[in-house]
Design a binder for this molecule. Sequence first.
Ligand SMILES: [Zn+2]
Length: 289
Amino acid sequence: MPERRAIHERPAAPEPLPRPVVDAHCHIDMRGGEEDALSPEQALDLAAAVNVTGIVQVGCSIRDVAAAVAMAEAHDGIVAAIGIHPNEAPRLAARGELDAAIAEVERLAAGSAAVRGIGETGLDHFRTREPEGHATQEQAFRAHIDVARRLGHALVIHDRDAHADVLRVLLDELANGGLPEVVQFHCFSGDAAMARVAAEHGWFVSFAGTVTFGNARDLHEAAPVVPRERILVETDAPYLTPTPHRGRVNASYLVPLTVRRLAELRGADLDALCDDLHANAVAAFGTFR
Ligand SMILES: [Zn+2]
């Protein structure tokens, strides 16, 4: 019953952007706290009203990957990225199901033109603390890199408290077989030095609402370092809601708050930044129809 969903309890829509942009990482179908998930139609309509005209829908558990593909196939404006989240990888491995799960991701990705990315994959040393878990995450990360490389899809990276190890794996893969053409640091959480490493290698750096937080000094310093042809913006909704709605439920229509903060931090013209963000999303993920 989509009409019963309580859109009115969500943050008010910000001022629309002057030019269209894309939300480069979102979980449309996840509940945000007490708030039911938006339907894809609601998410797209609210976003379009503020000039957010495309969404990368990320399915990142074995339960969610097929639904993400189906959602993208059914909706103009939505494309999918699918993978096994680094925090799910150890749980699947403990049941002997990790290899089959990654094989299922590859099967779905190869079978649908609506899938444009593999992930989110990577390392999460914040939620997974045991060394065996880290080893399993790395094994899954490398397997996802291999799938993305062979299918020619974008690699969508989740990196939480694991910057050095994520870079070590990427550089090792680069030297041994190569990386996919498109690499996206989803919800970038590094500093200016790490943004420079990404720039050297032509990797996309994707900023979420965290860059609007007052205490995010590393991100404030990283934002101006990213080349204009490699910057992306995202929500990671329903999480990481930008200021001034921090703590409430996020959705793609709140991306303008993050775009405006990025323009300030970069000293960029807002129209030009929007055009770059849109062009970069298409370069990374293809057309959003
Ligand atoms: Zn995510």
